[in-house]
Design a protein around this ligand. Structure first.
Ligand code: AMP
Ligand code: MN
Ligand code: MN
Ligand code: MN
Length: 287
């Protein structure tokens, strides 16, 4: 079987490994094609491409764009994007500007709850100072002993209704899909099982996404429980969306390791079907 992992993070967003370390780990785990999909930034793609050329795997340029939709944050993955495309680059730059402002407000909010120094602390965990997010705050909260682990950091802080959570306007769904398409990419709804939507709201999201020309949805995600795979495979079919597979790897020991997930259900249409850069892999896997 071809091992294709279309969702992971380097330290250019909230992962802990450098882009080159991500590629080396993927190659060691037997991954044939890997998409680097950092949050709201493409800063790691050039280094990942360079590493992939010698590691013997195919690097798919990607990004995971933060979107506000239906009162929630939704993530849209762009695959086979052109990281240098000006419209995409400008859109991502705008999101990162908003992130810095949000991180300061998160720090202020934690300070009001008696936890001082969080903004500077979170920045200390970020290799990319334009990309400071909740994960960096969570790592600092754990290291400072405020919480025992990452789960607790997000349960007690950083989530709606808790200290350190501030409302934020991300990109619109229309903009995110538009930037991905402008740069030649394919748009995929990330980890649909992670959103606090009921069935009707999720259907509305899929309708809106389809109406904008969105192509795919993650069916096999490292953040999905195995009992959810069938549900999202059925939804992909019902909404004529192609199916994607990605671990959403962030760090060793946290969740699924790169490439370590089940295959797509046989009745799904893979999002990578027909991608010319994978043709050599398909023919050699038949030989
Ligand atoms: P941000 O984009 O800064 O709001 O951060 C979102 C990121 O936080 C996600 O991409 C995950 O990496 C991480 N995250 C969100 N919720 C949790 C959770 N409950 N446990 C661990 N990590 C989480
Ligand atoms: Mn993340
Ligand atoms: Mn995500
Ligand atoms: Mn992700």
């Amino acid at each position: 079987m071809l091992n294709i992992d279309l969702h992971c993070h380097s330290n250019m967003s909230d992962g802990v490994l450098s882009p080159a370390e991500i590629v080396a780990r993927a190659a060691a785990n037997g991954v044939h094609a890997l998409a680097l999909t950092d949050h709201d930034d493409v800063a790691g793609i050039a280094a990942a491409q360079a590493a992939a050329a010698t590691a013997g795997l195919r690097l798919i340029p990607g990004v995971e764009i933060s979107v506000s939709w239906g009162g929630q944050t939704v993530h849209i993955v762009g695959l086979r994007i052109d990281p240098r495309h000006p419209e995409l680059a400008a859109g991502l730059h705008g999101i990162r500007r908003g992130r810095i402002e949000r991180a300061r407000r998160m720090g202020d909010d934690l300070a009001q709850s008696g936890i001082a120094g969080a903004y500077a602390g979170a920045c200390g965990y970020a290799a990319n100072q334009q990309l400071v997010g909740r994960t960096h705050f969570a790592r600092w909260l754990v290291a400072q002993g405020h919480v025992p682990d990452m789960r607790a950091a997000f349960r007690r802080f950083l989530t709606r209704g808790n200290p350190g959570y501030v409302e934020h306007e991300w990109a619109t769904l229309e903009n995110a899909v538009g930037w991905i398409h402008a740069s030649g990419g394919t748009a995929v709804i990330a980890h649909p099982g992670r959103y606090a939507f009921n069935a009707r709201e999720l259907h509305l999201l899929l309708d809106a996404f389809r109406a904008l020309g969105g192509e795919g949805i993650e069916v096999i995600s490292g953040t999905h429980h195995p009992t959810e795979y069938g549900k999202f495979a059925d939804l992909a079919r019902a909404f004529s969306l192609k199916a994607s597979r990605g671990t959403d790897f962030h760090a060793p020991g946290e969740g699924a390791d790169i490439g370590r997930l089940p295959a797509l259900p046989h009745y799904c249409q893979p999002v990578w079907q027909g991608w010319p850069e994978l043709a050599a892999h398909f023919s050699s896997s038949l030989a």
